[in-house]
Design a binder for this molecule. Sequence first.
Ligand SMILES: Cc1ncc(COP(=O)(O)O)c(C=O)c1O
Length: 427
Amino acid sequence: MNEKKYHIFQEFVENIKKEERYRNFFEITRLRHSWPVVQHNGRNVTVWCGTDYLSMSVHSVVIEAVQKTIENHGVGSGGTRNIAGTYDFIVELENSLADLHKKEKGLVFSSGYLSNLASIQAIGNISNKKMIIFSDELNHASIIEGIRASGCEKFIFNHNDMDHLEKLISSFPIDTPKLIVFESIYSMNGNIADIQGIVNIATKYNCLTYVDEVHAVAVYGERGAGICDILDLSDKIDIIQGSLSKGFGVIGGYITGNATIIDAIRSGSSGFIFTSTMPIPITSACLASVNYLKKSKIERNKHWENASKILKLFDLHGISVLSHRSNIMSVPIYGAKKSAEVSKYMNENFNLYIQHINYPTVKKGEERLRITTNPSHTDEMIEYFVNSLSKTLKILNVENWNESNVLMHSSNLNAIYNKILHLESNH
Ligand SMILES: Cc1ncc(COP(=O)(O)O)c(C=O)c1O
């Protein structure tokens, strides 16, 4: 690169390379009939990461919906909903999502990231930047960007720390507009939020609540409505946000809530109004997935069965995980270099793909392997995977930084976990 005007880009990349956080993507060919085995450089490799928690990306219900919709309705949406017409599938999807979360209205965006960014930004516009936002320190980048774009004053509370949250909130008058934003299950460590604690504080101090259920929808609850639903707290949360790209296996994001709130966000959100609607077959696939998972428990059951088998085998092999109580199994590996080495070793020696997670996705020194399973993993695959991971950790002499979930603060979290685990094991 000899163009002088490009030097800032070059320096940026050189710096992240020096810091060992340059991202090399792992190229794969996904094959419908062999999933979770994919092709990588001409080899069969089994995938142990990602967020296709229920293998819905290859489910016949979803694929048939796409095929039928393409045949009858074509592909593109024709533009934005404002100027090109709002097609029926997306209205149906919004109604189905509202029903899933027992809310009055839903609003669909083209990704989960956009739904957070655009909705929180809109809340800033709607309130003339007067909303004070309280955000958990481990919230996802899309929430952080949404808060930045909202222009509102923000306060970050320590992860899941209700005392800290209350201390921050109690310094504001009761009638100041306030919003607490958090995730129901945190994507990188599998911790579940103290939702009851947040609801109590929100009620006491007259705050709005916004929960990101991206990693919980489809996977948790009788109908896949997520963790608030399991805890019977959906009606205490003002806005429930979710993704259609993880457990539901397609792409897209959404919010659900009270009709007035959703109508205001629909009207005040640049990221909703000024972008084209999702392609019709994709919306149809989302609708098929959401409606199917409201009824079918087969995929959820198998997912949970596999997760619990893996956790048991981890115990046997002495492999520590950050949260023993969720479907997101993060194995701590100290150091960006070491975690990359583990991933590489697993791929080259055992034909396994497990992505290492580095800064800035997680804090420096808290690098990890984020392991996820899906209903397509067989018992043989599970055993082979855990044996291979155990061997790799020994061979590479890996140092664990597990601090046995220091990330949890609140004493009533145990009760929450017990309730969730009890319900999931009764699936
Ligand atoms: C907590 C959380 N919220 C939102 C998103 C964005 O969702 P999507 O991938 O559908 O854009 C992610 C993505 O990983 C996430 O982890």
